[in-house]
Design a binder for this molecule. Structure first.
Ligand code: ATP
Ligand code: MG
Length: 337
């Protein structure tokens, strides 16, 4: 099988994310070395895109998101810029709704919702009673919207998973209302613990926010329907293999699918259409079924988004062609040193 690299799109410097040949892993005590989680990620995201990021559990979605927000520092990359800078710490331009909700356990629901505002308020706002009144009125509105009014004085450990998730969402939304939307918002399974009806309401809600502010969103979800419904693009992260022996799988994940989605429906009814179901099934079969784990050379068929590209680094080339099927030498593949 031949690997044909997909060329990088033109880079203007105005992208939200530009990541090339990125590697990241964690030290594994049992292996006594770093275990690769992200194995050569290539990703360019234009401003204003809504990227749904999916992939099997443990493939590295949260890790990738943490690189974007600066919670983790990438271990190796040829290029890495988020909003034009190397992200080295979390800041307010890169908003985040955590997978584990990120609530302060010793503060009530109401105080947790107001917490983000305390961090971001200017000195003038902090000491202005009228600003705080507005913030508190808004907090009551969100408590009501999220059906949390009765839980306002409770503490996070007293709440169900779904309730905690709604508090975290309210915390983010109120910050957006008062300070505008961050240029990049990263959501890690933010809707995972919600009941079906709240989840659909919030899907429409986030789409409306996105339409209003035209900022970039990276949305990690385990729900493929949600990914296809929300995204302008569905990116699938998964393991892969490089020789003709599927057993010789590479450690870590790459982007194996990158599907552009044409338009946004504002009604969840679109999920019932045949085309929607077909696409969802296709992504599930190709991206998630371990029996169909892709050879690196098979990626290109599913890297369909105009911004998607793929390269192989020299060490991957060395293993990609051990079967002898490719006459191509590693050096000629991408010209990298
Ligand atoms: N801080 C850490 N230290 C060591 N290993 C870690 C750390 N964080 C993540 N990992 C490992 O990295 C791999 C990827 O984890 P990650 O949380 O990014 O996966 P994920 O795709 O978000 O999974 P899920 O869908 O279950 O949330 C897993 O094997 C995980 O055990
Ligand atoms: Mg995760």
């Amino acid at each position: 099988m031949d690997f044909i690299p997909r060329p990088k799109p033109p880079i203007t410097g105005n992208e939200s994310i530009h990541l090339e040949d990125a590697y990241h892993g964690y030290f594994d005590l049992s292996l006594r070395r770093t275990r690769t989680v992200l194995n050569d990620i290539d990703l360019v995201v234009s401003r204003g895109e809504f990227v749904s990021l999916v992939g099997p559990s443990g493939c590295g979605k949260s890790t990738l998101l943490k690189l974007f927000t600066g919670q983790e520092i990438v271990q190796r990359a040829k290029n890495f810029e988020v909003l034009g800078l190397l992200p080295s710490f979390p800041d307010r331009t890169r908003g985040v709704v955590f997978q584990n909700y990120g609530l302060a356990p010793h503060l009530t629901v109401l105080r947790n919702i107001l917490l983000g505002l305390e961090f971001q308020a200017s000195l003038l706002q902090r000491f202005s009673p009228s600003w705080w009144k507005r913030a508190k009125d808004m907090a009551s509105k969100y408590l009501d919207d999220m059906r949390l009014t009765d839980a306002s004085d409770k503490y996070p450990p007293e709440l169900s998973g779904g309730m905690r998730q709604r508090v975290a969402i309210a915390q983010t939304l109120i910050t957006i209302d008062l300070f505008g939307m961050p240029d990049l918002i990263c959501m890690d399974e933010s809707y995972g613990a919600l009941d079906a009806s709240t989840r659909e309401d919030l899907q429409i809600f986030i789409l409306k926010l996105w339409e209003k502010y035209k900022k970039t969103i990276v949305f990690v979800t385990h729900n493929l329907e949600e990914a296809v419904f929300l995204g302008t693009r569905v990116v699938v992260l998964s393991q892969f293999w490089t020789s003709d022996q599927p057993a010789a799988q590479q450690e870590g994940s790459r982007i194996i699918m990158d599907i552009p989605l044409e338009s946004h429906a504002m009604s969840t009814e679109v999920k019932q259409t045949a085309a929607f179901k077909e696409l969802t099934k296709y992504i599930l079969d190709r991206g998630f079924n371990p029996k169909q784990r892709l050879h690196v050379a098979q990626f290109n068929a599913d890297l369909r988004h105009p911004n998607s590209f793929s390269s192989l680094t020299r060490e991957q080339c060395a293993t990609a062609f051990v079967d002898g099927s490719g006459a191509t030498s590693p050096q000629s593949l991408d010209g990298k040193t």
